[in-house]
Design a protein around this ligand. Structure first.
Ligand code: 13P
Ligand code: SF4
Length: 309
C-alpha cells in the first residue's frame, strides 16, 4: 500500500473520520473508503454515522446533503470546485420563479441540486428511488420534476405521468453516442446494455436495464448474461469488475470530442488521493450550509429517506 494511502488511514483513525466515496471516484480512493455507494446509500451512511468527521469523496451536492442530514459533524470535500453540471443547470432564483408560477404542483427534485433548490422542494429523490417517490404522489396531482430532463422523461414514460420538467442535464451521460453504441452492440450481439437514467432517451431505449449506479452493479451480479455494455461514468467499472471478475464489461462509447473512449465526470475526477490527504490533515475545505436553508432542505430529504425504507 502506498504511503499516502497509509497516512490517510492513520489520520482517519486519529480523527475519528469516515471516508464515504461514490462509485465514480478514482480506484485508489475507493480502495481506502469506509463505504462506496450511490447517492442514496451515501446519504443513508452520512445520516447514521457516529464519526466526528465525514470526508466526502464525491461532488459538492453529495457532501452538502451529508451536512444537511448531520449538521453536528464536520463535513469535508477534497475540492470545493467538484460540482455537477446538473446542479448548475438549476439556478435557485429561476427555479423559485418557476415553482411560484405553478403553486398547485408538488415539487420533486433529483438529489443532484443545491441546498437552495432542495429548500424549494416537497420531496427529494435519487436515481434508485425516483419512480417510487413519484408514485407516492397521487396520480391526479400535478408534479414539477427538476433538474434532470432525461430522468424526468424516463419517469414519465415509466409511470404514465406528465410531470413538468426542468431542462437540465448531465454532461457525462449526454456524451454517449447512439451510433457508436449501436455499432458496438452489433459487434457484441450477446451483450446486454445497461444504462443510468440520466442518459438520453435514445440511449435508454436500447437498454436491457436502467437504474442507479448501485442498481447497475446489482444487475450485472444477478443477470445470467456474460457481457455488458455499461452506459454510465467509467469509474463504476472498477467496483463492478471486482463484483463480477468472470464477466466482460465494456464502457459505452462517447462522442469523439471526449478525452477518453468512454465518459468521465470531470467534477468527480477533481478529487485525488493527495487532496483527500490534505483535506483530512487541514480539515479543510469544509462544507457549510446556512441554518435556515438547511432546515428547509432537510424536510424533503427526510421524506425521501422515509419513503425509501
Ligand atoms: P447514482 O445515485 O446513481 O450513483 O448517481 C449519481 C450521479 O451523479 C450520476 O451521475
Ligand atoms: Fe453531475 Fe453528471 Fe458528474 Fe453525476 S456524472 S456528478 S450528474 S456531472
Amino acid at each position: 500500500m502506498s504511503n499516502l494511502k497509509e497516512n490517510i488511514l492513520k489520520l482517519k483513525k486519529e480523527k475519528n473520520a469516515v471516508l464515504l466515496a461514490h462509485y465514480y471516484q478514482e480506484p485508489a480512493i475507493q480502495d481506502i473508503a469506509d463505504y462506496v455507494g450511490d447517492s442514496l446509500g451515501l446519504s443513508q451512511q452520512a445520516a447514521s454515522t457516529s464519526a466526528d468527521i465525514i470526508l466526502f469523496a464525491g461532488v459538492h451536492f453529495m457532501a452538502e446533503t451529508a451536512k444537511i442530514l448531520n449538521p453536528s459533524k464536520k463535513v469535508l470535500l477534497p475540492d470545493l470546485e467538484a460540482g455537477c453540471s446538473l446542479a448548475e443547470s438549476c439556478p435557485p432564483a429561476l427555479f423559485k420563479t418557476f415553482v411560484e408560477a405553478h403553486p398547485e404542483h408538488t415539487v420533486i427534485t433529483y438529489v443532484n441540486c443545491s441546498a437552495h433548490i432542495k429548500a424549494l422542494s416537497d420531496i427529494v429523490c435519487t436515481s434508485s428511488n425516483a419512480v417510487k417517490i413519484v408514485e407516492s404522489v397521487p396520480k391526479h396531482k400535478p408534479v414539477i420534476f427538476a433538474p434532470d430532463r432525461n430522468l424526468g422523461n424516463y419517469i414519465n414514460r415509466k409511470t404514465g405521468r406528465n410531470m413538468l420538467l426542468w431542462d437540465g442535464s448531465c454532461i457525462v451521460h449526454e456524451a454517449f453516442s447512439l451510433e457508436k453504441l449501436e455499432a458496438l452492440h452489433k459487434k457484441n450481439p450477446d451483450a446486454q446494455i445497461i444504462a443510468h437514467p440520466e442518459s438520453e432517451t435514445s440511449v435508454l431505449e436500447t437498454a436491457d436495464y436502467i437504474g442507479s449506479t448501485a442498481g447497475m452493479i446489482q444487475y450485472v451480479k444477478t443477470s445470467p448474461a456474460q457481457t455488458f455494455i455499461v452506459a454510465t461514468e467509467a469509474g463504476i467499472l472498477y467496483k463492478m469488475q471486482q463484483e463480477v471478475p468472470e464477466k466482460t464489461l465494456i464502457p459505452a462509447p462517447a462522442y469523439e470530442n471526449n478525452t477518453c473512449a468512454c465518459s468521465e465526470c470531470p467534477y468527480m475526477k477533481m478529487n485525488t488521493l493527495q487532496k483527500v490527504y490534505d483535506c483530512l490533515l487541514h480539515e479543510s475545505p469544509e462544507i457549510t450550509v446556512a441554518e435556515d436553508i438547511r432546515q428547509k432542505a432537510l424536510r424533503p430529504i427526510e421524506r425521501m429517506l422515509q419513503l425509501s425504507e
